[in-house]
Write a protein that binds this ligand. Sequence first.
Ligand SMILES: [Ca+2]
Ligand SMILES: [Ca+2]
Length: 327
Amino acid sequence: MPRPMAMPDREGSPPDEGTTFTISKARFAVHWLLSLLTLFLTVAAIGATVVSLLGVAPLDSPRTLALALTFIIASHAVSADPPQEFTNSIGMKLRLIPAGEFMMGTGDPGPHFGPRHKVRITKPFYLGVYEVTQAEYEGVMGENPSKFKGASNPVEQVSWNDAVQFCKRLSAKEGKTYRLPTEAEWEYAARGPERRRYPWGDEFDGTRLNYCDTNCELGKRDEAFDDGYAQLAPVGSYPDGASWIGALDMAGNVSEWTSSKFAAYPYDATDGREAQEGETERVTRGGSWHSPALRARNGARGMNDPFFSDSDLGFRLAGSSPQGTSL
Ligand SMILES: [Ca+2]
Ligand SMILES: [Ca+2]
């Protein structure tokens, strides 16, 4: 299992989380062309109306005005706003997470989960609503390494290197930019501006996630709750466990790789921890079917070598695009 840090949970100045997201170049160009035409025709319509009122011009102001309105409507239809939700070529649903600030980390004693510090997510980014499934992984990679087989189960037994490879292959297939979320993005999507302790709120509820509940065959099982699964659950089995942005299974099912190298807080995306090269340990986030409730907290961190894999460790996609590519 992912190696948890041996301390509890705290909640933190504010390094920027440098995610980039832009709309496609073509969409952007069409939007602005329509906007310029709308402006031109609106000015023409007003001018024609004024001149008509003065009784000197034979211009057809109503028709020009109608044309202007048509362009206004078309301009809105080709809005420059990115879609709130996006389904990719293999049916994976990603949601747009707005930029914002949150308090990262927990208030527990110990050096790894805190101190709490403010982190700013400077640009919107996409995040997978679900963990990557075995069917999705096999569709892209041609193999399914998971121990507990099931097409809708999250893929497990995947190393950080495997997860990154999956992102690269899918990016190449679609011409988009997929990647793992940073641990700041992950925690922001789980915790939100309200500083939730768990994705759904501040109180633990063992029916809203798949953790080591009473069905769990391990000695550390929690007999206070029955979540219905001894090992993996199909992704999205706990709609009541959704985070503030609608991401599912963040607290449990499988722990998830992030892009980040493990480093002490405060989180700073520019200090080298987001460098993709290097064999340093990478941060894992969220609890799993294998872990106790303590690990389900939004601020809990784990870490493992990038070549490590286990049956309670998977990942979810993030998406952001360099300038000019569409997602
Ligand atoms: Ca369980
Ligand atoms: Ca999870």
